[in-house]
Design a binder for this molecule. Structure first.
Ligand SMILES: NC(=O)c1ccc[n+]([C@@H]2O[C@H](COP(=O)([O-])OP(=O)(O)OC[C@H]3O[C@@H](n4cnc5c(N)ncnc54)[C@H](OP(=O)(O)O)[C@@H]3O)[C@@H](O)[C@H]2O)c1
Length: 335
């Protein structure tokens, strides 16, 4: 069985769907206290990567796991969630829990530009997390990915929000000249699924990206086309990007200043790296792939929503562990 942390995120949902469709037994770690649609044909368990025991229980309780796909990370700090605790300590907890549970295989999706010495706190924390994985002694694969797009991604959601809030113009930081290499989330899921079997990915850091290097302006145009809307692109030069951040901060879902700063440099992988390693060509970013932004889009109705309660350590949907829980309660009550 494969445990997926961050199973409810943009990448996690695509990975779970891909694995289930290819016949893998999957256990999803849902963040304690957060409600999300529950995928079909999986075991769901609650937990928090900041709590090592919850990861250990997820790995061992009600169907033992032999692989972890670690995708539970944050992009933005809040009062409760800090990069140090979730991205770094959380990854250390996943590694330590894996060792306790004798799980050998760990796959993580890292980020192009994530370096231990990155000046950007988010990328620095991901760089440290990657290093912990590389030094873990486990059979790891780190997929160091270019920006990922698909339903719920941060990039097209942010551009969509700007277009929603501003009627005529679409301002772009750093002149919109930054080169990215967007990769479709379905292709990232395919790379992860193939990493499970491909020995050439074992103990490797592999960079992945889409088939084209596109500027932020190109991506904005594709996003607008998918929305069937028109805006005049306004190229805001880097020295004025600070003013753009404060202007946009009045709207929801906007990038913070460090996030906007991190968009100032090109982040591309070698074109062809996915094909060379995984044997398929990733799809181009075209408006049809962004159908989730189109005006008539109807998301499929989620079957049920599930909210694991902290500190309930085990899934309500996992019958074996529910039975054990009931037995424990009966023992406590002396019945
Ligand atoms: N999206 C991109 O452009 C991109 C590019 C390169 C690499 N990556 C990498 O891909 C991975 C996944 O990214 P994503 O875009 O899918 O992120 P996402 O949509 O923000 O999802 C993050 C997931 O982590 C969960 N999570 C957060 N804190 C947690 C905690 N303390 N305990 C347990 N679960 C927690 C979230 O659950 P809740 O929402 O319930 O908190 C959510 O399921 C990350 O490693 C990221 O660095 C992403």
């Amino acid at each position: 069985m494969i445990l997926v942390t961050g199973a409810t995120g943009c990448v996690g949902r695509a990975v779970v769907e891909r694995l289930v469709n290819s016949g893998h037994a999957v256990k999803c770690l849902f963040h304690w206290g957060h409600e999300h649609p529950a995928p079909r044909r999986v075991v769901i368990t609650g937990g928090d990567v900041r709590n090592q025991d919850s990861i250990y229980e997820a790995l061992t309780d009600g169907g033992e796991c032999d692989t972890i796909i670690h995708l539970a990370f944050i992009r933005r700090e809040t009062k409760e969630d800090k990069f140090e605790e979730v991205n770094i300590r959380g990854t250390e907890n996943v590694i330590d829990a894996a060792k306790r549970a004798k799980v050998q295989r760990l796959i993580m999706v890292g980020c192009l530009g994530a370096e231990v010495r990155s000046p950007f706190p988010h990328l620095r924390s991901l760089g440290i997390a990657e290093e912990r994985v590389r030094q873990s002694g486990l059979n790891f694969t780190v997929l160091k990915s270019a920006v990922i797009y698909g339903e719920g991604d941060w990039l097209t959601r942010w551009l969509n929000q700007i277009a929603r809030n501003l009627p005529i113009v679409m301002p772009l930081p750093h002149g919109g000249y930054t080169k990215l290499q967007p990769i479709w989330v379905g292709d990232v899921a395919a790379c992860i699924a193939r990493s499970l079997e491909l020995r050439s990915t074992f103990r490797q850091v592999i960079t992945i990206g889409g088939p084209q290097a596109l500027t932020l302006a190109d991506i904005a145009k594709i996003t607008l086309k998918a929305k069937a809307e028109q805006r005049r692109l306004v190229r805001v030069p880097t020295p004025l990007t600070h003013y753009l951040v404060s202007f946009l901060s009045r709207f929801q879902d906007m990038l913070s200043e460090p996030e906007m700063d991190a968009l100032s440099y090109n982040r591309t992988a070698e074109i062809g790296s996915v094909h060379r390693t995984f044997g398929f060509a990733p799809v181009k970013m075209v408006p049809e792939r962004l159908a989730y932004l189109s005006p008539g889009y109807q998301p499929p109705p989620p079957p049920v929503r599930f909210k694991p309660r902290s500190p309930a350590p085990v899934a309500a949907l996992d019958p074996a562990s529910s039975q054990r829980m009931r037995a424990r309660i009966r023992a406590l009550l002396g019945r």
